[in-house]
Design a protein. Sequence first.
Length: 300
Amino acid sequence: MATTMVVMAAGLASRYGSAKQIEKVGPTGEILMEYTIHDAMAAGFDRFVIVLQPEMLADFKEVCGDRLEKKTSVSYAFQSFDSLPDWYTMPDGRKKPYGTVPAVLACKDLIQGRFAVVNADDYYGPGAYKEMMRLLNALPERGEACMVAYKLKNTVSDYGTVTRGVCSLGGGKMTSVEETYEIGLAADGSIRSFHTDKAGVPLDSESPVSMNFWGFTPWALEEMETYFHDFLRSDKGRELKSECLLPTMVGDMIAAGTLSVDAATTDEVWFGMTYKEDRAYTAAALHRLTEQGVYPEVLF
């Protein structure tokens, strides 16, 4: 049975300042997504759908897409305003994509079997993909999803604040998720959210957080479409920067009793390309992992 990995790479990268999705950071010029595909293949994923903006395709294929297509099944989906429903009128001045729920919906005709979702600009670690495959294989056909959570302390950036879905877990289930903004390191080394308080609201560094590493069965695509259309019909659908996000959807469905989410926490350490300054750290980390033998000198 096919198992698909959806890699979301259509964001505007406003904080990073350039197309970080195709930034070469590996020892021989690999982009971060290539490590995602390498680790996911090792865990048993056999189909990959890359979500891009249409104008990114040629550059992506030149950088690594043509090479990846020779190693595994790679398809492309496009998150653009053209895919919005005909009945919806987009507000004037809207430039920002509508978020991660419509990003996944852009793939609905390409997904085969159970599927997982990750961000293109995040490094998740080999163990996390193995854990996701274990969770996916145990899912019933309807009514459940799964996620791999990270410890908050393993997901912060030294160069600015980040957004994380802070989760509550119990008995192997996620009971709630709260999208928490402007999380960063305070001067005393503690982790705080500076979104509503300049001094920062302290957070538990061991808290499990969502890094947008979700697992679903095809049933979830029906639910996503309904949720996104409800979003577009709401006041948020008339805003210029509002987004329809997977953690928010999952949290709302848990609260409504329409979704159960199996969860496991990994000790893998996240790193990624949120800010331009993250590039040097990411490149050094990938070099170190290669020297340690976690990855071959040439991935593909």
